[in-house]
Ligand binder design. Structure first.
Ligand SMILES: CC(=O)N[C@H]1[C@@H](OP(=O)(O)OP(=O)(O)OC[C@H]2O[C@@H](n3ccc(=O)[nH]c3=O)[C@H](O)[C@@H]2O)O[C@H](CO)[C@@H](O)[C@@H]1O[C@H](C)C(=O)N[C@@H](C)C(=O)N[C@H](CCC(=O)O)C(=O)O
Ligand SMILES: Nc1ncnc2c1ncn2[C@@H]1O[C@H](COP(=O)(O)OP(=O)(O)OP(=O)(O)O)[C@@H](O)[C@H]1O
Length: 482
């Protein structure tokens, strides 16, 4: 039980109810479906529906009080009006759990690509150095070693605070998506270290422009604790811009990149075979071996190195940990075939990530590159042409197939694939809607030296059933390898 006035600390509100000082709350929820008697229900205007429509339902289920942003009177339980209930929820959750992010060493990671990979790299290094670490991200949450599948990359504010409260680990790594940042899911959370990885065309169905997308990502750095520090990959225009801005704001910032003036300077990058790079920092140079393929993963490894270094972990420990990093499910995961072909499963769903995957295969000596991919329904459609254009140029063959439909009718998506293929594609390509049959086609016709690259789904399960009895790209590949 907690008094409502404690829950409302630092939240601006108005109410007609005069006895808040005696109002005790058992729990908080934003969902009437999860209501428990004695809870505070927070009504949120959502993207799909309006939580204010469920206030009666919440009261029927025993809500002790309601918070919302609409003008409402004459409810049978106290009503507290705030300006923005989503923002209020975040502050309330933080109050309810007694500001849990202040008690942890918090690491926040943002960028278009590489958040998940970098978070697992950092977690691995921390654990190899004997420290305990929670992780909240796209694939799963790991709290006190217990894993749960994720719904969002950045969960809702209430969930985050609850997870932080449950965590007995010393460190917590959170992947910060732009949706999460713009929807106040991280409001009230403060960080010791924040990382900016990169920014490329993505989510422009949600953000008005790249500029706005960048500004949303940059919000993470407003959440640094007083002595917190920023680690920024400055080998991209957005990283450079952020680095300059943070320095002007007197925030302790380190740049990571190939340029001479980078604080962590990458040199002699070798991405072939067992990749390695030299990293120079404060006149000392270290050699990092990174078993994950591709220049993009070299950047992820260097960002992880810099983070661990700033946490005063011994260089030798970091270097050893990077070398034995086991990789991440569905991130450039290689399945060598008995006929000498290789199949790669990767979560790439941006043009930038496509380039990294296909280019890596080329540099690794692929004789032919066969790319299997689709487009997610109800997600940024403006990136599709560039994605196909890139693969039509770099691959030797491409198979356009289904990704998640997300409520787009099957026939409509197949038509879209055919239209884009006709408009942008070339004779290297073919449309095979059934994802498992597309993989089968590529694998059955493969020869030694082929690299079959399957992108888009990574670790995720299929949303719909396909012809083969499998639920993930990995299962399909293993089924066809038997
Ligand atoms: C479009 C979007 O971002 N939606 C997010 C948002 O949902 P919402 O609050 O708008 O939900 P809503 O369904 O409209 O419901 C409104 C309110 O009514 C309440 N309600 C609803 C029904 C009912 O019977 N009773 C009831 O009380 C709901 O609990 C909610 O509070 O807030 C929820 C809680 O934080 C998120 O889980 C949810 O993410 C959905 C599932 C989603 O798919 N989001 C994607 C776009 C997303 O956020 N992706 C990024 C990663 C992107 C990337 O980089 O790939 C992420 O961080 O996951
Ligand atoms: N540093 C990077 N730069 C560019 N592309 C990258 C980088 N790291 C990974 N990628 C590509 O992005 C894909 C997704 O990687 P990862 O899951 O680590 O990123 P993410 O930011 O967590 O993605 P999401 O926001 O979609 O969950 C990888 O499979 C790879 O193709």
């Amino acid at each position: 039980m907690m008094n409502i006035l404690r829950i409302l600390k630092n939240v601006a509100y108005k109410t007609d109810y005069n006895n808040l000082d005696t109002l005790e709350i058992k729990e908080i929820t934003e969902s009437s479906t999860n209501m428990k008697e004695g809870s505070l229900f927070i009504a949120i205007k959502g993207y799909e529906t309006d939580g204010h429509a469920y206030i009666d339902d919440a009261i029927d289920k025993g809500a002790a009080a309601i918070i919302g942003q609409n003008d409402i009177s004459n409810l049978p339980v106290p009503y507290i009006q705030v300006e923005n209930s989503r923002k209020a929820l975040a502050n309330i959750a933080s109050n309810f759990y007694d500001n849990p992010s202040c008690k942890k060493k918090m690491i926040g990671i943002t960028g278009t690509n590489g958040k998940t990979t970098t978070s697992y790299l950092i977690k691995h290094i921390l654990e190899e150095s004997g420290k305990s670490c929670s992780l909240i991200g796209t694939i799963e949450t790991i709290i006190n070693g217990e894993k749960d599948n994720s719904i969002n990359t950045t969960p809702g504010a209430f969930t985050i605070n609850k997870l932080l409260d449950r965590s007995e680990d010393e460190f917590v790594i959170i992947e910060a998506s732009s949706h999460g940042l713009s929807q106040y899911r991280l409001e009230g959370i403060t960080f010791d270290i924040c990382l900016f990885l990169n920014l490329s065309h993505e989510h422009l169905d949600y953000h008005d422009s790249m500029e706005e997308y960048f500004e949303t990502k940059a919000l993470l750095f407003k959440k640094l604790k007083e002595n917190g520090l920023a680690l920024v990959n400055t080998d991209n225009e957005w990283g450079k811009k952020l680095h300059v801005r943070l320095e002007q704001e007197n925030i302790k910032t380190y740049s990571i990149g190939v340029e001479d003036n980078s604080n962590y300077r990458m040199m002699d990058i070798n991405v072939l075979g067992n990749g390695s790079t030299k990293l120079e920092h404060k006149q000392a140079t270290y050699t990092l071996d990174c078993p994950m393929k591709g220049i993009h993963n070299m950047y992820n490894a260097c960002m992880a190195y810099a983070t661990a270094d700033q946490l005063s972990i011994e260089e030798e420990t970091i270097i050893k940990a990077l070398k034995n990093f086991p990789g991440v499910d569905g991130r450039f995961q290689i399945f060598s075939q008995s006929n000498g072909a290789k199949v790669i499963i990767d979560y790439a769903h941006t043009t930038d990530a496509f380039f990294n995957c296909l280019q890596t295969a080329k540099e690794e000596g692929a004789k032919r590159i066969i790319h299997i991919f689709g487009f997610r329904g109800n997600r940024d459609t403006s990136k599709r042409h560039a994605m196909l254009e890139l693969t039509a140029g770099l691959s030797d063959q491409y198979l356009l197939t289904l990704d998640d439909l997300n409520a787009v009718p099957l026939e409509e998506m197949i038509e879209t694939l055919e239209e884009i293929h006709d408009a942008i594609g070339n004779d290297k390509g073919v449309v095979i809607p059934d994802r498992t049959l597309a993989i089968q086609e590529a694998m059955q016709n493969s020869i030694a030296g082929d690299w079959i690259i399957i992108t888009g789904k990574g670790h995720e399960s299929y949303q719909q059933a396909f012809a083969l009895p499998t639920m993930t790209d990995k299962e399909t590949v293993e089924y066809l390898s038997q």
